[in-house]
Structures are given as structure tokens and as C-alpha cells.
Design a protein around this ligand. Structure first.
Ligand SMILES: [Zn+2]
Length: 271
């Protein structure tokens, strides 16, 4: 089996190009991880890594034995398609869930993203709350959502409601809202722990003045979720620049929408 033929690698190459087209992938901004399917994990189950194991500052027994495709630290998204073996790696979590080994990739001597704590802790949470469905986490520097974090209160209910009011699709796509965090030091264990805590309830997390994290079952859906939230943020910024809202989708209309599409909206955003 040629690892470069994995559909996860194809998806990652395609979506990282899209992210660059959106203008979200400046320099080495952003990182992606995918928990591999059983079929894609199979080649690594019996293999021993030649590399020394890397210890994690936490234990995630929920992910013991799982393998992840992860973008490397310092990697420019625009180069992933041309240099997948240098830009990407596959890591396997050990049987205790407190360390990992590189099984493939990072061929130029790289290592996984510096946001590994946020990715792995969030995967552990989402695997549990989605009953194994959510396998992908994308972190990217969405221009409009970042801009919004300078002008709106950093409050989950407020930002969720503002985005929902911009277009009907938002409440349908993310009824669970967008979890909002204050600015924190990137790459730290603290930002990883705080993010994974919010991932219990939300599939989109806004890191103020930094970017977004989205999760879901596949790259397409996660990208779509992020793209929709950022488009709503773009419209809100335009509305603000044009003098502010004169009218919007009302709380009653949002409830009608939720009922029509049988979704359970985040309660604190719809009062
Ligand atoms: Zn970032």
C-alpha cells in the first residue's frame, strides 16, 4: 500500500489549497489533523517506529493505539501538495495514551504541529461526544472571524447569535454555536486544555485575535463549517461598516428555523 494514495492525504492536499485560496494560509499559519480510519491505520498496527517516542504532558487513553495524519510544524500550507512526505506525518499514540511515535513522513526531519496538545486533547473529547464520528480538526487563520474578535465581546452567546443572524444557513450548520476563547499563548498546554473543554459542547472554537478550530467527520464538512462561519463574519463586518443593522433574523425566526430543520440551538444564544 502506498501511503501517498490514502484518501486522507488527497483530502488534506485539496483542502490546504482551498485554505490558501481563501487567504487564510499565510506563511506557516494553520494546522490539520485527521484520525485515520481502521483501513488506513492497519499498516501501522504491527510496525515499530525507528524514532524515539515523544512523551505527552497528559494521558489520553481514549486514543491509545490510534494513528493520526498531522501537518508538520513550520509547514507552509501552500507547499503541502508539492511536498506531502516532508509536510505531513503519521503518528501513532502508544498503548497508555501518554506518548506517540512517528510512523511515516516528516521526511526532512520535521515533527508534528506545535498545536499538538490542542489537536489531541480535542480529538479525545470529540471521539467520545460524537461516538467516534468526528475524525478531523482544522485550525486556520480565518480573516473575518479574527477581525470580529476585536469588535465584539468575547462571549460565546453573543458571537454565536451575531453569526446566526447573518444568514439562515448558520443556525442550520452550527446549532451548537461557536465557542469563544480569550487570547492565549499559541502552542501551550493551557490553550489545548481550554479548547478541548469547549469542544465538549461546540464544533467551532474561536481563538480571539488568532483563528478558528473546527471539527467534524471529514475534511469537506469541517472546511464547509469554517467557511460558512467566516462568510457570516465577513457580512457582519460589512454591515457594521455600512452603519450597522437596521433589521435582522429575529429570535422568533431563529426558533422557527430550528424547528423546521429539527436542530437544537445553543440555548444561551437565542434568549
Ligand atoms: Zn494559528
Amino acid at each position: 500500500m502506498n501511503i501517498l494514495d490514502f484518501s486522507s492525504i488527497d483530502d488534506l492536499k485539496r483542502i490546504s489549497r482551498e485554505i490558501c485560496n481563501k487567504g487564510w494560509g499565510e506563511a506557516n499559519g494553520g494546522n490539520i489533523s485527521i484520525r485515520l480510519t481502521g483501513e488506513e491505520q492497519a499498516p501501522f498496527q504491527e510496525l515499530q517506529s525507528a524514532d524515539e517516542e515523544t512523551s505527552l504532558p497528559f494521558a489520553i487513553p481514549e486514543l491509545a493505539g490510534e494513528s493520526f495524519l498531522v501537518t508538520g510544524t513550520g509547514v507552509f500550507f501552500r507547499n503541502i501538495s508539492a511536498f506531502p512526505q516532508e509536510s505531513l506525518g503519521i503518528v501513532r499514540i502508544n498503548s497508555r495514551g501518554d506518548g506517540y511515535s512517528t510512523m511515516w513522513g516528516y521526511s526532512a526531519g520535521g515533527r508534528p504541529t506545535s498545536e499538538m496538545s490542542a489537536h489531541l486533547l480535542s480529538h479525545a473529547v470529540r471521539k467520545k461526544v460524537s461516538s467516534g464520528r468526528d475524525r478531523v480538526i482544522i485550525h486556520t487563520h480565518t480573516t473575518n472571524l479574527i477581525a470580529l474578535s476585536f469588535v465584539l465581546p468575547l462571549d460565546t452567546a453573543v458571537i454565536t447569535r451575531e453569526l446566526w443572524e447573518m444568514m439562515s444557513e448558520c443556525l442550520m450548520l452550527f446549532p451548537d454555536g461557536i465557542g469563544v476563547m480569550d487570547w492565549m499563548v499559541p502552542g501551550s498546554l493551557d490553550i489545548g486544555l481550554a479548547t478541548s473543554h469547549l469542544m465538549e459542547k461546540h464544533r467551532l472554537i474561536l481563538w480571539a485575535h488568532h483563528g478558528i478550530l473546527g471539527t467534524g467527520p471529514n475534511m469537506e464538512q469541517v472546511f464547509g463549517l469554517i467557511e460558512t462561519a467566516d462568510k457570516a463574519a465577513e457580512m457582519l463586518l460589512k454591515v457594521m461598516a455600512a452603519g450597522g443593522k437596521k433589521q435582522a433574523i429575529s429570535a422568533g425566526q431563529l426558533r422557527e428555523l430550528a424547528e423546521a430543520f429539527n436542530v437544537d440551538p445553543l440555548k444561551e444564544a437565542i434568549t
